[in-house]
Design a protein around this ligand. Structure first.
Ligand code: IPT
Length: 474
């Protein structure tokens, strides 16, 4: 029989989400036109006036970069709505853009469909425009808006609930907003039911999920140790007791709650002309790729669409460099179809044979007998082979199991340790200096239950040539 699953386990919608790995955030809204990050909510809708808005350009750029979806800030903290909501005057309807006839959410949903991308929405719980914010009436308003977004724009794959709220001083100082109690005010339980009812496949993001968790920083990394499980009930959106739990997950987590790395390609989330020369460099972007996707998290890369309504040329250029580098790094899987042996195979059964890790089929896996802790899988190249990347995946439908492992290479008739790490999860990618070896070995040293490995890939990534950094005086 197959290994017993160890809970907590991912839901179907979480399993589908894991496979997306790389997708875009677009911060584009009133702040774009006021050159702000957190608007006050008193901005005139007249200010929203992109000159060349083209959601198809966003979609094309994201598709070409290998991204799988786009999440749009439909409403940010200033309360301005990119769609003509029935419940407020503070929207595109009262802007000069398309004489108030436009709907950015609709245009993006059509562009995503055309380019085969998934669409997600960000709806800020904190609203500095709405007169009733802080009172029960606002919750009704918030839910009405959520219903509009989840009913009128086709399939939504992710709903993003930002915990940011100046009113409690976690991030901001004193301000004019009514103070709210983040754990109780939003009555999340009932808001989440609306998402489940209208978009059963959608994953919800927040510090506390329920489907995807914040990674605890906005600078582009997950912890090296990264469990996809968390004691979810001890967290609430915007109430961060200790970010290290979000960065690393919790080995004794009660719910499947994988991490998403949200980070902007520029210093700010919104477009600021002063940051045109501060777009992240290729080495920075590659580090983020390996420190998110390579550490069992997803990579949500923000593109601050500019005042024209386009992804700026500088951002397009850097994104193109990143996608070319990723393609080059993972061009040729040196482990594919090679001979593989294992220290032990479950019931000596063909169903769980070690070759399953190099067959390019995510549904097959190598598994060891129950009770196995220390164990290994060896890929035999049969000839001296140079490589510098090792990718490994657990079959997470049966739970996250590996607690500690090392990687070894067979060099000059000797096993040489290349790396020593903790968790694997959905995907782990190790980077190390080039090594020439005839075999590579995954040594599992500690597990929660017998190891179940679905995939191993080995690559020789080209060297990254350092770009001249454009720096400006501080
Ligand atoms: C931070 C929120 O507090 C947190 O709940 C989460 O939504 C996160 O943003 C997403 O990046 S606020 C930020 C200014 C650190």
């Amino acid at each position: 029989p197959p290994p017993e699953a160890i809970s907590p386990l991912p839901s179907e919608r979480q399993l589908a989400w894991h496979e997306l790995e790389f997708y875009a955030f677009v911060h584009f809204n009133m702040n774009t036109f006021t050159n702000m990050e957190w608007g006050f909510g008193d901005e005139s809708p007249e200010l929203f006036n992109p000159t060349e808005l083209d959601c198809r350009q966003w979609a094309r750029v994201c598709k070409e970069a290998g991204m799988k979806g786009i999440i749009l800030t439909a409403k940010h903290h200033d309360g301005f709505c990119l769609w003509p909501s029935e419940y407020t005057e503070h929207s595109v309807r009262n802007s000069p853009w398309k004489n108030g006839e436009g709907d950015v959410v609709k245009e993006l949903s059509e562009a995503c469909k055309e380019y085969g991308l998934k669409m997600g929405v960000y709806l800020s719980p904190w609203d500095r425009n709405h007169a009733d914010y802080g009172k029960p009436e606002y919750i009704t308003y918030f839910r009405n808006q959520l219903r509009e977004l989840l009913s009128n724009y086709g399939d939504i794959y992710e709903v993003w609930f930002d915990g940011a709220n100046g009113g409690t001083g976690w991030y901001g100082g004193a301000n004019e907003e009514r103070r709210i109690d983040r754990t109780t005010y939003y009555d999340w339980e009932n808001t989440r039911k609306i998402v489940r009812e209208l978009q059963p496949q959608a994953c919800m993001f927040s510090d506390a999920g329920p489907d995807i968790r914040w990674v605890g920083n906005e600078s582009g990394w997950a912890g090296e140790t990264n469990w996809s499980i968390l004691k979810r009930d001890e967290f609430a959106p915007g109430v961060v007791s200790d970010v290290k739990f979000l960065q690393h997950g919790q080995i004794d987590g009660t719910h499947w709650l994988p991490a998403e790395v949200d980070v902007s390609i520029r210093p700010g989330w919104y477009y600021h002309p002063s940051e045109d020369h501060k777009v992240k460099t290729l080495p920075q972007l590659l580090d983020i790729y390996y420190n998110s996707i390579g550490r069992n998290a997803s990579f949500l890369l923000n593109l601050p669409v500019d005042t024209r309504g386009l992804v700026n040329e500088n951002d397009v250029q850097q994104l193109r460099k990143l996608s070319e580098a990723i393609q080059a790094d993972f061009a040729d899987n040196l482990a594919f179809g090679k001979d593989v042996t294992a220290s032990n195979t479950r019931g000596n059964s063909k169903s769980y044979k070690p070759e399953n890790v190099v067959d390019n089929d995510p549904q097959t896996y190598w598994a060891a007998d129950d009770g196995t802790v220390v164990s290994s899988v060896t890929v035999d190249f049969k000839e001296a082979t140079e490589f510098n990347r090792f990718l490994v995946q657990e079959y997470i439908s049966l739970g996250q199991r590996v607690k500690e492992f090392t990687l070894e290479a067979f060099v000059d008739d000797e096993w040489k340790q290349i790396d020593s790490q903790t968790t694997i999860g959905y995907k782990r990618i190790l980077r190390f200096p080039n090594v020439v070896a005839t075999k590579v070995r995954l040594n599992i040293k500690d597990v929660k239950a017998c190891p179940v490995i679905s995939n191993i890939e080995v690559y020789k990534a080209p060297k990254v040539l350092l770009e001249p950094q454009i720096t400006r005086s501080k």
